[in-house]
Design a binder for this molecule. Structure first.
Ligand code: ATP
Length: 234
């Protein structure tokens, strides 16, 4: 696999305390990679490193073979990295339409952005005039994804997409994520609880206290290990 996004031996710290101890991850175009692990393992920090929002102490960030270590968030966004943060990152006091309208900074027209969003998520079209904060959690997550897709990302970073959502809503969202990957996007998904994302992931990595303890295909062995990890940490 030719990796589009690569983290090589990444170490990173918060306030002088190292929280990532040499993380290696590769995500290819068209692939969904799940990064799983308990609370505080360093999953969000890993995504922030990939988006240029958090500096590395050592190690490398490589994008499509290009050295991007130390690049700022703008440079990474220009290179096609898009982060959908935990909590969704929509503007709750603006309508669906205005949330999408803001994405015209990408150079796409309003019509193009709406067509893209409403084709993929028809419910957003029906709720175009609605204030985003009054949408259901799942619809807000769709809006966040639609905003992200307007940037035409090469790499999509998703932080805890399932947070606070019903299992059925989560599996529908993940069907859309799988479809986005099929169109050639490299998708790195962070989740604490694994079940839904393992259904679509090509590859999964388990992060514990800043170290990748295991990675591979999301098969039975990996699932058993995750169950043991969560049972053991509860
Ligand atoms: P969660 O699922 O709780 O978001 P996570 O796996 O995403 O967890 P991170 O948020 O990356 O983990 O945090 C990794 C470690 O870094 C944790 O020990 C956390 O307490 C610490 N940390 C995170 N953000 C900060 C910060 N702003 N200042 C100090 N320490 C932080």
């Amino acid at each position: 696999m030719n990796a589009l996004l690569e983290l090589r031996a990444v170490r990173a710290a918060h306030e002088g305390i190292t929280v990532l101890h040499g993380v290696d991850l590769r995500v290819g175009a068209g692939q969904v990679v799940a990064l799983l692990g308990p609370n505080g393992a360093g999953k969000t920090t890993t995504l922030h490193v990939a988006a240029g929002l958090h500096p590395v102490q050592s190690g490398r960030l490589v994008l499509g073979g290009r050295e991007m270590t130390g690049a700022d968030p703008r440079a990474l966004a220009r290179a096609g990295v898009c982060l959908i943060p935990e909590g969704r990152g929509v503007f709750p006091n603006l309508s669906v339409r205005d949330n999408l309208l803001m994405m015209t900074f990408t150079g796409r027209t309003r019509e193009e952005i709406e067509e893209l969003a409403f084709d993929r998520f028809p419910v957003l079209g029906r709720r175009a005039g609605q204030i985003a904060g009054t949408l259901s959690g799942g619809e807000q997550q769709m809006l966040a994804l639609a905003r992200g897709l307007a940037t035409d990302p090469a790499v999509l970073l998703l932080d805890e997409l399932s947070m606070g959502l019903a299992p059925l809503v989560v599996s529908r969202l993940y069907e859309q994520v799988a479809e986005i990957a099929r169109q050639g996007v490299a998708v790195l998904v962070v989740e604490q609880f694994a079940a839904a994302v393992l259904g679509i992931a090509d590859h999964a990595a388990v992060l514990v206290r800043g170290r990748i303890e295991r990675q591979g295909r999301p098969d039975g062995g990996l699932r058993d290990e995750l169950s043991a990890l969560y049972l053991g940490s509860s």
